[in-house]
Design a protein around this ligand. Structure first.
Ligand SMILES: Nc1ncnc2c1ncn2[C@@H]1O[C@H](COP(=O)(O)OP(=O)(O)O)[C@@H](O)[C@H]1O
Ligand SMILES: [Mg+2]
Length: 341
């Protein structure tokens, strides 16, 4: 980036609550840590506005994304290698492509030098700025509900799911089409709204890449598997990413598998295959490849059978006959009309 303001971070100690961070010409106070991903730290920050400047003046930011109270979320990604730099640059590039109400927008970013652990040394860090969603992820929300034996009503399950489909359709319809590659409850923000279904926003484009891959050799197949092992969460990972054939056409339907697992998780709080982790010798890959789904006891009365059939339809181990996002949207809209009275 080479921006002089963000460069001021080099004079500060490592980011922590109470400290300040510059992202380009805007300054933010770190209020508290919100979460920690595999390779990142997520903080709640508040803009420190001086002399009428500030994020609201930035032309590239949609005014509807400017927060009323100046709070935002900042994701800090430490960079220790050229490979990590490439990955975070790709996350920034991809996040900036999309513009959809059900996809988390990237408001601003900076890649800057910071003080290293050893005296006089310097490291790099990427700072990504997002709107804040404080009601938690779908994973947080369903965990709390499970503890209280509480379940979303059928129509709410479908309305949350429908929004995820809308966000994914935006990505799958790009030219070239993009696969999110890590659709799961921990990457979905939920915001409760009065008199409306909860807002669902898909985030974390750290694994997102062009969806279509032509695999033509055992070496290419192995490369896909190794990439997936690092980037696609195991309980939500499509069978073709676990065991990739040496001649295969991978496409957006890897996301449809994860979406099927996520619909199950909106109902029951976990991936349909996570139960095997509690069994001795349980194997996520095998359970997925054989589509061994268990249906736990849910609400009383239970979720209607068509919702279970919908999950099974998405969890088709053979990608060639798995539905695409348009098929899914057509079907979920029919279910919404059926259960919305
Ligand atoms: N916009 C946001 N509002 C509130 N919390 C967030 C937001 N973005 C991320 N988080 C929190 O930080 C965690 C990690 O963020 P994520 O982008 O998924 O990082 P990673 O790539 O490391 O998984 C999330 O699971 C969530 O708890
Ligand atoms: Mg994540």
């Amino acid at each position: 980036m080479g921006c002089s303001f963000s460069g001021l971070n080099a004079f500060y100690d490592a980011v922590g609550a109470g400290g300040d961070v510059w992202i380009n010409e805007n300054r933010f106070r770190v209020l508290r840590q919100l979460g920690e991903g595999g390779l990142s730290y997520v903080y709640l920050v508040k803009e420190v506005v001086s002399d009428g400047a500030g994020l609201a003046r930035k032309k590239s930011i949609d005014p509807s994304h400017i927060s009323d109270d100046g709070t935002y979320v900042m994701k800090k990604v430490p960079i220790q290698s050229e490979e990590q730099l490439k990955l975070v640059r790709e996350e920034i590039r991809v996040s900036s492509l999309f513009n959809h109400p059900n996809l988390l927008p990237l408001l601003d970013h900076a890649i800057i030098a910071v003080k290293g652990a050893q005296q006089g040394s310097q490291n790099r860090e990427a700072y990504l700025l997002f709107p804040v969603h404080l009601d938690g992820t779908l994973l947080d929300v369903t965990k709390v509900m499970q503890a209280k034996m509480d379940f979303f009503p059928t129509i709410t399950v479908l309305q949350i799911f429908r929004q995820l489909c809308a966000g994914l359709k935006h990505m799958h319809s790009f030219d070239p089409s993009y696969a999110h590659n890590d659709v799961k409850p921990g990457n979905i923000m939920i915001t409760h709204r009065k008199g409306q279904p909860p807002l669902a926003i898909l985030m974390d484009f750290g694994s997102t890449c062009p969806a279509r891959k032509e695999i033509r050799s055992p070496a290419e197949a192995l490369q896909v598997q190794e990439w997936a092992a690092e980037h696609c969460s195991a309980p939500f990972r499509a069978p073709e990413l676990w065991d990739c054939p040496s001649h295969a056409n991978i496409d957006e339907r890897t996301d449809i598998w994860s979406l099927g697992c996520t619909l199950y998780a909106i109902m029951y709080g976990s991936s349909p295959f996570e139960y095997v982790l509690g069994e001795s010798g349980g194997n996520l890959q095998l359970a997925g490849m054989n589509a061994q789904i268990e249906w736990p006891s849910g609400p009383d009365p239970p979720y209607p059978e068509p919702l279970h059939q919908f999950v099974v339809w998405m969890l088709q181990p053979q990608p060639a006959i798995r539905p695409n996002i348009d098929d899914i949207i057509f079907h979920v809209d029919k279910l919404i009309s059926k259960y919305s009275s």
